[in-house]
Design a protein around this ligand. Structure first.
Ligand SMILES: Nc1nc2c(c(=O)[nH]1)N[C@H]1C(S)=C(S)[C@@H](COP(=O)(O)OP(=O)(O)OC[C@H]3O[C@@H](n4cnc5c(N)ncnc54)[C@H](O)[C@@H]3O)O[C@H]1N2
Ligand code: MOO
Length: 418
């Protein structure tokens, strides 16, 4: 007898589409999802790091000179510290000079008290006076009037006075700023918090080298995601591949002391079929969904969840372009807020071709600017990357489409930002 009940779905097979098609309303519009990702967290606290760890970080406190820089008068030339007019007799090193005395000095060396100038070695020569005593005289190559008062002496506080601000808070620190911090007398700098990110890639069919066989695909995430996450302000702690099963994903998402990530970004397994185990792993670890599906294409399965210990998870779809669009929509604002930065600015472009409606979803289309007009690139299906590689930005086409010549919002690409 045929049963009235539907046949049970074997647990190892994908459930046929209960994923959102055009008829299913996804919980968040693109704008809502982006705002939610920014607003669901607070900035990580500022902290002190050693100077070498400070490069590239954003300064959370002015760098102030702890003493005068330089803090003593020093010579800018190899030669002699001198007082009064030539000839000079040699004084004992370390003692105060009186008029008519000189003492040898090297570049950077301490200028003795009483010295009025430095005579560089080319401009002086050792000689003897009428009594046969050694004296320093001007050489033939000395310039007229040399040495002038204060010549070749680096005065104290010439570069900064004690207490003077040398680098302002808010500055992204380059290597020279770090050298200035050392000059100011600091051993550490206080910087804004920076989210630490762990990347977790799924896909048993994914191969990381060579040519993939039938049913396999070459990994397009590990070569690029860490770099893009860094451009978005995250520091990448590690990248990990996990097998396509619940236990492996659960283990990768568990909190570990040796792996203190603020944010975990996963790729793949975002579908709602029984083989897509990401949601099950999040639920099993007591996680809460903050964003579970976005009315956008590609990238609609992108999710954002929070674990009970405060760690965040961004789940990106496995399709390569969809993942990048999820990254720009959810990870970019999340990392910006955690790192105390503004919500990344959006731009506007003029649309170079009419784009038909697509009810219920925002389309994210990589575009190229041609004569000032933005035209969608080719090769921009969800599973492709060529279109994004060639793009000048990504257009946000609203559900009702766009007219040729009309303005549309555009997301700048992280690798094209100044
Ligand atoms: N019945 C339905 N099926 C699917 C729907 C739907 O609405 N109904 N949506 C499709 C869309 S849209 C997306 S996006 C994907 C999301 O799938 P997952 O996040 O579960 O991703 P996977 O199934 O693991 O992989 C999808 C695709 O991506 C390839 N992939 C994965 N990792 C990599 C990598 N490192 N490098 C290159 N390519 C990768 C993987 O081989 C698959 O081809 O679901 C659709 N299905
Ligand atoms: O919309 Mo899926 O997210 O095509 O890639």
């Amino acid at each position: 007898m045929p049963s009235a009940e539907p046949a049970p779905v074997p647990s190892d097979l994908p459930v046929p589409s209960d994923l959102p098609g055009p008829q299913v309303r996804l919980p968040h519009s693109w704008d809502e999802a982006r705002a939610r990702a920014y607003n669901c967290v607070v900035p990580l606290p500022a902290h002190s790091v050693s100077l070498d760890q400070g490069i590239g970080r954003i300064l959370a406190q002015d760098i102030t000179a702890l003493q005068d820089i330089p803090h003593y008068a020093s010579s800018a030339m190899d030669g002699w510290s001198v007082a009064g007019s030539p000839p000079w007799i040699m004084a004992q090193t370390g003692l105060r000079l009186t008029a008519g005395q000189a003492a040898p000095v090297v570049t950077g060396g301490l200028i003795p008290a009483g010295a009025k100038a430095v005579l560089r070695s080319e401009s002086g020569r050792l000689s003897r006076d009428e009594d046969g005593l050694p004296v320093l005289v001007l050489s033939e190559s000395a310039r007229p009037g040399e040495p002038k008062g204060g010549q070749h002496i680096r005065r104290p506080a010439e570069e900064a006075s004690a207490g003077e601000v040398m680098v302002r808070s808010g500055q992204r620190l380059n290597p020279v700023h770090i050298a200035v911090a050392a000059l100011a007398g600091l051993d550490e700098v206080r910087v804004l918090g920076q989210p630490a990110v762990k990347l977790v890639f799924t896909g048993d069919e994914v191969v990381s080298a060579g040519l993939p066989g039938p049913g396999q695909v070459r990994d397009t995430f590990s070569p690029q995601l860490a770099a893009v996450v860094r451009m978005l302000g995250g520091s990448v702690l590690e990248q990990q591949r996990v097998a396509d099963n619940l236990a492996a994903m659960t283990a990768a998402l568990e909190d570990r002391v040796e792996d203190p990530a603020d944010v975990i970004i996963t790729t793949g397994a975002t579908g709602r079929s029984s083989v897509d185990f990401l949601r099950a792993a999040v639920a099993g670890l007591g996680g809460t969904m903050i964003i579970d599906g976005i009315a956008m294409r590609p990238g609609h399965p992108t999710l954002l969840a929070e674990f009970p210990d405060g760690r965040l998870l961004v789940g990106l779809p496995g399709n390569p372009l969809a993942a990048m669009m999820g990254l720009l929509t959810v990870a970019a604002p999340l990392l910006a807020r955690l790192g105390s930065r503004e919500l990344p600015a959006l731009g506007e472009v003029f649309c170079g071709s009419p784009i038909p409606e697509s009810p219920g979803r925002t389309r994210l289309l990589p575009y190229r600017l041609v004569y000032g007009l933005a035209s969608p690139t080719k090769f921009a299906d969800s599973g492709m990357l060529r279109g994004l590689a060639a793009a000048d930005g990504v257009m946000l086409v609203p559900p009702h489409g766009a007219k040729m010549g009309g303005t549309v919002t555009a997301i700048p690409l992280p690798w094209q930002l100044p």
